[in-house]
Ligand binder design. Structure first.
Ligand SMILES: Cc1cc2nc3c(=O)[nH]c(=O)nc-3n(C[C@H](O)[C@H](O)[C@H](O)COP(=O)(O)OP(=O)(O)OC[C@H]3O[C@@H](n4cnc5c(N)ncnc54)[C@H](O)[C@@H]3O)c2cc1C
Length: 422
């Protein structure tokens, strides 16, 4: 094999790419990280001051070792940099006892989370409405709620986590090129050549951690039709002024929470204690999956009407927060796969190209350990956490469905056997 300037190039330095770059540099690899902007920035999926983390992961058991390992890494990063990265506040997941409310594509999310905690020996309590009200009188309940309470849950500060990992990666010898956009990828001398808008770089392996730009990057650089299996959805975070009641929402008094109201995916909100920097306010958000967007066409402005609609549809009647436009609202993007699970895999058609899409709305809490496992894989070592649940092959059926959509006159019954992703 030819010698390359780098063992690996990481494209995209958000949550996943920053973690991968840091972990590869920590293992002595010659690595280059490239980002089109100046991370941490507020143009992708990793901004907005807080991200929920919880150890019992109702999205699936394969995530549990990732979040455990990530918690260790967040603490190591805090010691190494002095930055404030993870705050343990406890977490509450609640919903109507008789609903099978889905979340992140998984039905009956509250009970799935309880079962996950039981299987993995994660400290927790199961609460009824009276138990929730005793612990957190800030929630105005209907009376039919079932709650999962986890003392080790809390939030991660995304911008600080990214900054810490990029700073340490640089100290460990990683090269960083920011304000540089990757345009093209080509096989080159047993490795890969990366052409950007400023230069050409060569490495043995590539990690594509382009977040919501992943579809565009795959299509433009590799002509990969399977990119249609990633959809991008605008999400909005709102910060509401709790007025004189703000101390009741302080960390220590108030948990991170996921609150389902009914069975539909979007019939819910989640939120955080009031933390700075900036005005102390209750941060809440919901999710929407009906409208898709792209990073280029995303509506980044959030209108007052949207803020008031969020208050009217979800906050009002559930918290004692006066009706008023939010102090602040920010748009962000989810990159969602058809089954809401991550894709962390080497592309079989392009050996040496590793696809790293860890989002579907729940990726941040896992990103430190995802980066570690990806770095280990790229360097030919056994990953600390097994990533085999996140192979791309499971999306083949969806790639096939995408193809059918593209060809309206597709004759029914004309296909036999399976169609592999392109
Ligand atoms: C509103 C919101 C709330 C969320 N809440 C939670 C939560 O509570 N808990 C949780 O665990 N997760 C949560 N998530 C999910 C989590 O934030 C994401 O999974 C995670 O941030 C994804 O990181 P990423 O590195 O994949 O993408 P990004 O952070 O967007 O990084 C991608 C990077 O690639 C760069 N890039 C792209 N294309 C190119 C190119 N051609 N050349 C150079 N650079 C390029 C971009 O500039 C960007 O910096 C939330 C997400 C959102 C949007």
């Amino acid at each position: 094999m030819a010698a390359h300037a780098y063992d690996a190039i990481v494209v995209g330095l958000g949550a996943v790419g920053a973690a991968t770059l840091y972990q590869a540099a920590r293992r002595g690899a010659r690595v280059l990280g490239i980002d089109q902007y100046q991370p941490p920035h507020d143009l992708g999926s990793s901004h907005g001051l807080t991200r929920i983390t919880r150890l019992a992961v109702g999205e699936g058991d394969a995530y549990v070792p990732l979040v455990h390992r990530s918690h260790q890494i967040w603490r190591e990063l805090e010691s190494a940099t002095g930055l404030d990265i993870m705050t343990t506040t406890a977490g509450l997941i609640l919903g109507p006892r008789d609903a099978v409310a889905a979340h992140h594509g998984k039905p009956d999310f509250v009970r799935r989370t309880i079962a996950c905690a039981q299987r993995h020996g994660i400290a927790h309590e199961v609460l009824d409405a009276a138990g929730i009200a005793r612990r957190y009188p800030q929630f105005r309940l209907r009376g039919d709620e079932l709650g999962y309470w986890e003392p080790q849950a809390g939030f991660v500060r995304p911008e600080a986590a990214i900054e810490a990992q990029l700073r340490l990666a640089g100290v460990l010898g990683a090269q960083l090129r920011t304000g540089e956009r990757v345009l093209d990828l080509e096989p080159h001398a047993g490795g890969w050549q990366v052409r950007t808008d400023r230069a050409t770089h060569v490495a043995a392996q590539l990690v594509l951690a382009a977040g919501p730009w992943i579809g565009q990057l795959l299509r433009d650089s590799l002509g990969h039709a399977w990119s249609a299996s990633f959809s991008v959805h605008r999400q909005v975070m709102h910060w509401f002024d709790a007025g004189a009641g703000t101390p009741a929402f302080a960390p220590g008094k108030f948990p991170v929470f996921i609150w389902k109201f009914g069975d539909a995916q979007e019939d819910y909100m989640y939120g955080f204690p009031a933390v700075g920097p900036g005005p102390l306010a209750l941060k809440v958000a919901t999710e929407q999956y009906s409208l898709s967007t792209t990073p280029a066409t995303l509506e980044r402005e959030v209108s007052q009407v949207e803020g008031l609609a969020m208050h009217g549809s979800r906050v009002q009647g559930r918290f004692d927060i006066p009706r008023a436009p939010p102090l602040q609202s920010r748009a962000c993007m989810y990159t969602v796969t058809p089954d809401s699970n991550f894709v962390l895999d080497e592309l079989p058609q392009w050996p040496g190209v590793h696809l790293a899409s860890a989002c579907s709305g729940h990726g941040f809490k896992h990103s430190a350990a995802v980066g570690e496992a990806l770095a280990e894989r790229v360097l030919g070592r056994t990953p600390t956490v097994d990533l085999s649940a996140f192979r791309h092959a499971r999306l083949a059926a969806h790639a096939y469905a995408d193809k059918q959509k593209e060809i309206p006159s597709f004759p029914s019954g004309a296909v036999t056997g399976t169609i592999a992703p392109q």
